[in-house]
Write a protein that binds this ligand. Structure first.
Ligand code: FES
Ligand code: FES
Length: 160
């Protein structure tokens, strides 16, 4: 019998026959978490970003077996509450979701940035640095910047 990989995903215990499959394939095809998008497949676009043990990773470059014993959070889990939910609202309000391919990865990465802040909203340079690995072909980035800034402000003020 094939060895099982066990990890928590969005708060639920999961058990998969990972084999040599990539994390993105297990998430999308087996766990039906299709919020995680496949863009380039080579680690260049950030569309597939998820959190692995709290750290953003490109799920197109991670073998699912590497998650054994770990904790994965996808855009679905991140947007359920806290900074992720606020970001989802602000991205929608700012018109920062057009084709939507980049949005889940942006949301995961930006939520990690906002949640890591202890004082004040991140400035433009910090947001640009945090999102440098997340490419968007549609928006020109300005609505995304506005949304992240607004979300950080709301979270910082404790009024999400
Ligand atoms: S699909 Fe993973 S970085 Fe582009
Ligand atoms: S909204 Fe289309 S790639 Fe960003």
């Amino acid at each position: 019998m094939a060895e099982l990989t066990r990890f928590r995903c969005n708060g639920a215990d999961r058990e998969v026959e990972a084999g040599d499959r990539l994390l993105i394939d297990v998430l999308r095809e087996e766990l039906r978490l299709t919020g995680t998008k496949l863009g380039c497949g080579t680690g260049d676009c950030g569309a597939c970003t998820v959190l692995l043990d709290g750290r953003p990773v490109n799920s197109c470059l991670v073998f699912a077996a590497e998650c054994d014993g770990g904790e994965v959070r996808t855009a679905e889990g991140v947007s359920e509450g806290g900074a992720g939910r606020v970001l989802a609202e602000e991205l929608a309000a700012a018109g920062a979701v057009q084709c939507g391919i980049c949005t889940p990865g942006m949301l995961v990465m930006a939520a990690a940035l906002v949640a890591s802040r202890t004082g004040g909203a991140p400035d433009r340079a910090e947001i640009e640095t945090a999102l440098a690995g997340n490419l968007c072909r549609c928006t020109g980035y300005l609505p995304i910047m506005r949304a992240v800034t607004a979300a950080a402000r709301r979270v910082g003020e404790g009024t999400p």
